[in-house]
Design a protein around this ligand. Structure first.
Ligand SMILES: *[C@@H]1O[C@H](CO)[C@@H](O)[C@H](O)[C@H]1NC(C)=O
Ligand SMILES: *[C@@H]1O[C@H](CO)[C@@H](O)[C@H](O)[C@H]1NC(C)=O
Ligand SMILES: *[C@@H]1O[C@H](CO)[C@@H](O)[C@H](O)[C@H]1NC(C)=O
Ligand SMILES: *[C@@H]1O[C@H](CO)[C@@H](O)[C@H](O)[C@H]1NC(C)=O
Length: 407
C-alpha cells in the first residue's frame, strides 16, 4: 500500500520534471504542469503558486491558437501577477520561441503589449485575436523571423477571472513584465535582455512597464521601449466629449475607458454620469468586444456628445485618467522610441507630441518618429522599419551586445 503510493508519487514528480522544462533549471520554482484544454485553461486552480509574482501556473501548446505566430513554437501560459487591488491574480498570455538554437546569452526577448480588443473575456487575444490586429501579427512575425523570442500578455482580467482594468497603467505594466518571468521559467533559453513594445493601449502599457521594470522585475535587463501610438492625455479629451459633436467613432472606446476606471475603483459610480442611451449599452462593455461596441448595435449608435449627462462632473474621471497618463511618468531609465501617424483619429498626434515633450523635459531619453498621413493601424506597418532598426540597435549597438540578428 505504502510502497505503491510512494511509487505513484515518484512517478508523478518524475512526470512533472519531464514535462516542465523549467523544473531542472530553477529548482526553487514549483514545477508547472500542462494546463487543461479549451477555456478551462483560463480558470486558475484554487491555490496559486506562492512564490514570486510572474510564477508559471501552467502551459499548453498554442501553435493552432488565434494569435499564433509562424516561424517558432507558440506556447500558451497562465501565470501570476500582482493585480489591481494588490492581490495575486492569474493572467494569461503566450510566447513564441524562434526555430533553431538559442544564441549565446539566450534568446533576446520582446514583450509585446496589444492594442484595445475590449474588456470581456472573449476579447483576450489568445482566445479571439481580432482581424484588426493583423498588422501587429505581421510585425511580430517579422521579429520572430529575425531571431527574437516574443512574449505577449492578454492583460489582467482579460480572459481570466475578474474584470480587466482597461488603461490602468500599473496593472498593464505588471502583466507585461510578469509574462517575461513566466516565459523564462517555462523556457530558460530566454535571456534576461528585454525590449518592451506595444501599440495603442499597448503603447500606454509599454511606457508604464518601462517605468516600473527596475522595481518590479529587477532581474530583467530592459534595454529599450518602443511605443506605437500610445494612449495618452485622456483626461484632456474627456472634457471635449460634449463639444466634438455627434460623431460615434470613439464612443465604444469611451465606454471602455469609463468601465476601466470603475474596475479599478469600486467607489466610482459611472451610472450617475451616463445618459440613458449610454447606460442602455453600458453592460455590453462586460460581454462584447470592440468590434461590436463600435458598431451601431452598441455604442456606435451613441454620439460622443450623448455619453455623459449634461453638466456631469468629470473631475473624478479626469483625476483618475491623469493618474494613469504616461505623459506624467517621471522615471523611464532606458531609451524610448515613439511612433505616431498624423492621421490617427484614435490617438491624436498633437497629444502624443505634447507627451513626448513632457517626458523629454523630465530627462527621459525619448525620440518620436512621425508618419505623415498614417492612421492608428497604419503606423504599425509604416513604422516597421524604424522600430525594427531600433530593436536591433537596442540589442547590439546600444549595449555592444554579443549577438547579431540574422536578416
Ligand atoms: C450628426 O449631425 C449631422 C448634422 O447635424 C446629421 O446630419 C447627422 O445625421 C448626425 N448624426 C448622428 C449620428 O446623430
Ligand atoms: C475613487 O472614486 C471616488 C468616487 O468617485 C473618488 O472620490 C476617489 O478619489 C477615487 N479614488 C481614486 C484612487 O482615484
Ligand atoms: C448599422 O450598420 C450596418 C453595418 O455597418 C449598416 O448596414 C446599417 O445600415 C446600419 N444601421 C443604421 C440604422 O445605421
Ligand atoms: C526612421 O527611418 C528614417 C528613414 O531611414 C530615418 O531617416 C529616421 O532617422 C528614422 N527615425 C528614427 C527615430 O530612427
Amino acid at each position: 500500500m505504502i510502497a505503491s503510493s510512494a511509487r505513484s508519487l515518484l512517478a508523478a514528480s518524475l512526470a512533472a520534471v519531464l514535462f516542465a522544462p523549467s523544473a531542472l533549471a530553477d529548482s526553487c520554482a514549483a514545477p508547472a504542469s500542462v494546463g487543461p484544454d479549451g477555456l478551462d485553461f483560463y480558470k486558475p486552480p484554487s491555490t496559486l503558486p506562492d512564490g514570486e509574482h510572474g510564477s508559471l501556473i501552467w502551459y499548453r501548446p498554442y501553435d493552432d491558437g488565434s494569435a499564433a505566430i509562424a516561424g517558432g513554437t507558440n506556447t500558451l501560459l497562465l501565470y501570476t501577477q500582482v493585480g489591481i487591488h494588490g492581490d495575486t491574480v492569474a493572467t494569461s498570455g503566450y510566447m513564441i520561441v524562434p526555430d533553431g538554437d538559442a544564441p549565446a546569452g539566450g534568446w533576446p526577448v520582446v514583450t509585446w503589449a496589444h492594442g484595445t480588443t475590449g474588456i470581456a473575456d472573449p476579447c483576450a487575444p489568445t482566445i479571439n485575436d481580432p482581424a484588426s490586429d493583423d498588422a501587429s501579427r505581421v510585425l511580430l512575425t517579422g521579429w520572430v523571423s529575425k531571431g527574437y523570442a516574443v512574449v505577449r500578455t492578454d492583460y489582467e482580467g482579460l480572459g481570466t477571472p475578474g474584470d480587466h482594468p482597461y488603461l490602468i497603467g500599473p496593472s498593464e505594466a505588471r502583466a507585461v513584465l510578469d509574462v517575461v518571468r513566466a516565459a523564462r521559467q517555462y523556457d530558460p533559453r530566454l535571456g534576461s535582455r528585454v525590449v518592451i513594445a506595444g501599440h495603442s493601449q499597448g503603447g500606454h502599457a509599454a511606457l508604464w512597464a518601462a517605468s516600473m521594470a527596475a522595481g518590479y522585475t529587477p532581474e530583467l535587463d530592459v534595454l529599450a521601449t518602443i511605443a506605437f501610438a500610445p494612449a495618452n492625455s485622456l483626461e484632456n479629451e474627456v472634457s471635449l466629449l460634449g463639444i466634438i459633436g455627434n460623431t460615434t467613432a470613439v464612443s465604444g472606446t469611451v465606454a471602455l475607458i469609463v468601465r476601466g476606471i470603475s474596475v479599478a475603483n469600486a467607489s466610482f459610480d459611472a451610472t450617475s454620469l451616463l445618459t440613458p442611451d449610454a447606460l442602455a449599452h453600458y453592460p455590453d462593455t462586460l460581454t462584447e468586444c470592440s468590434v461590436y461596441l463600435d458598431s451601431n448595435l452598441s455604442f456606435g449608435s451613441v454620439a460622443a456628445n450623448d455619453i455623459l449627462v449634461a453638466g456631469a462632473s468629470i473631475t473624478d474621471i479626469s483625476a483618475q485618467l491623469k493618474d494613469n497618463d504616461p505623459k506624467y511618468l517621471t522615471t523611464i531609465p532606458m531609451p524610448v522610441l515613439v511612433l505616431q501617424g498624423t492621421s490617427d483619429a484614435t490617438v491624436f498626434s498633437f497629444t502624443t507630441d505634447a507627451m513626448v515633450k513632457n517626458l523629454l523635459a523630465s530627462g527621459i531619453d525619448i525620440v518620436e518618429q512621425v508618419y505623415p498621413g498614417e492612421t492608428h493601424q497604419g503606423v504599425l506597418s509604416a513604422g516597421y522599419a524604424n522600430a525594427t532598426a531600433y530593436l536591433d540597435g537596442a540589442f547590439n549597438t546600444l549595449r555592444n551586445g554579443e549577438w547579431v540578428p540574422s536578416n
